[in-house]
Design a protein. Sequence first.
Length: 108
Amino acid sequence: MKKLILRSFGFFGTLFVAGTAFAQDVAASNENDVAMFKAIAAGLAIGIAAFGGALGQGRAATAALEGIARNPNAADKLQTPLLLSLALIESLVIYALLIAAGWVGPLG
């Protein structure tokens, strides 16, 4: 019981002192908040773009493989359009990465 009381006092004592220890100037805090939200927004944008690109690539590959399974002689005719479509889908994700990197700017 004594250990529980000591740990409770230690925890709550640290909790009350932490507010003054982590206090910041308001101006510096606002600048950091803007940079933080830009980074979060860029991360979400890349995540959504990668998710959409992965779904698109999966559907394209599925359609091509179903076409090849139905007609194995069409494999040569399906390979080039499949690779071209996969490259175009991936380029959209890379464009999203470049836009997000330009939006956030240099880190550090």
